[in-house]
Design a protein around this ligand. Structure first.
Ligand code: SF4
Length: 382
């Protein structure tokens, strides 16, 4: 979701372009005011990806957004008191052939208008918060779906968000077994990436691995670029999205490390960012366990004291100084990606196994580490 004021067309389009370049497939924009929906036609014209209008209380914003040509509406019928207004929005979306995403959020789930219902729901939740919340979510979604069905409208996407990943997991499991509509997954108000990442991936990863979910949004209190990067990595890691850019694996470092690997990993990631071939690159801290861990990498570097050995699909191609490692690894990655693009090499050739540079002992023996002078890497003539 964009974090700009939607009426600021230049800022919003600039952010959408950044998100799309990072891998975002579909983006939601808030339209609280008429000036926001007035900006939509131009934003839609310039956007490389479909736009969803996020509508809360004003049904006119939904009608204006549909007229502007948005690709989807997010609307919570519970926030619009007059049923005739909700029906009008549904008819407009049906005529435009666009879906409506309807959701329930933990924060606004308890009935606000009917005091008797509110008291009953609060009482239920005081006894079993987790189970009662999910039961109320299901009941509200059923109520909403009845409204859509009464309008003969079935192009609906459902969502049920909570800040608690365990509630999100159980709610979506229940919804997916009860309803036959696409599901939009999310953990709401997850916090900054440092903590929100764990909440979000725990819930969304679990559900996606079970085959539940059709679209996702990861919500951070941060630049939305992090939401896209993490969402994309989650989908790629689960095999639900094809990778189009390099995959970086790196050793976590340990007491055997003899170079500044963490700084190197950060720089490698930045340098590889422009490559559009999913070459697998490994940055490993030593020759003891690194080779086994980097098996299957297309391009890999194994660092030792002051030097690094570079491999391309299992073939040792260069030994370089620590200062040369970054550029040498990058050069080999670029050359290999170009070969793949020309059809002269295949990614992740299953036959590739990286053999440790000699001489070292059996994997894990730390044979070289124990020698005076530490790990000695062989010099290879190009
Ligand atoms: Fe430690 Fe070497 Fe494994 Fe890195 S590759 S974690 S330095 S053993």
């Amino acid at each position: 979701m964009t974090s700009t004021y939607t009426y600021d067309i230049d800022a919003t389009v600039a952010q959408i372009n950044r998100l799309a370049a990072a891998g975002c497939d579909i983006v939601r924009v808030a339209v609280p005011d008429k000036r926001d929906t007035d900006a939509l036609p131009e934003i839609i014209r310039q956007s490389p990806i479909p736009i969803i209008a996020d509508v809360h209380f004003h049904y006119q914003r939904a009608l204006e957004a549909v007229k502007a040509g948005v690709h989807k509406i997010r609307l919570n019928p519970g926030n619009i008191k007059d049923r005739r207004q909700v029906n009008e929005v549904i008819r407009a979306c049906r005529d435009a052939g666009i879906p409506i995403r309807v959701g329930v959020n933990e924060g606004g789930i308890v009935e606000r208008q009917d005091k008797t219902v509110r008291a009953a729901e609060k009482n239920m939740m005081s006894q079993d918060y987790h189970g009662s919340l999910i039961a109320i979510m299901l009941r509200k979604l059923e109520d909403y779906i009845r409204i859509f069905e009464a309008n003969d409208f079935y192009d609906v996407v459902l969502a049920a968000k909570s800040v608690d990943p365990t509630i999100v997991i159980d709610a979506y499991r229940a919804i997916s077994s009860r309803f036959d509509f696409p599901l939009h997954l999310g953990v709401t108000h997850a916090g900054p990436p440092e903590t929100g990442r764990i909440r979000s991936i725990a819930a969304l990863g679990t559900l996606l691995a079970e085959g539940i979910g059709d679209t996702i949004r990861i919500s951070y209190a941060a630049d939305p670029i992090y939401e896209v990067e993490d969402g994309k990595e989650l989908l790629c890691s689960l095999g639900l999205r094809a990778r189009h850019e390099p995959e970086l694996i790196a050793c976590p470092t340990c007491g055997r490390i003899e170079v500044d690997l963490l700084e190197l990993v950060g720089k490698v990631r930045q340098k590889l960012a422009h490559i559009r071939t999913p070459v697998k690159v490994a940055v490993m801290g030593c020759v003891v366990n690194g080779p086994g861990e980097a098996e299957g990498a297309d391009v890999a570097v194994f660092a030792g004291r002051g030097r690094g050995v570079i491999y391309v699909q299992g073939q040792q191609v260069r030994t370089v100084t620590e200062a040369e490692m970054l550029d040498a690894l990058y050069d080999e990655a670029v050359k290999f990606a170009a070969k793949v693009e020309r059809g002269e090499a295949q990614l992740r050739n299953a036959q590739v196994q990286i053999k440790p540079p000699e001489p070292i002992g059996p994997p894990g023996s730390e044979h070289e580490k124990n020698k005076p002078g530490g790990v000695s890497l062989p010099v290879v003539k190009n």
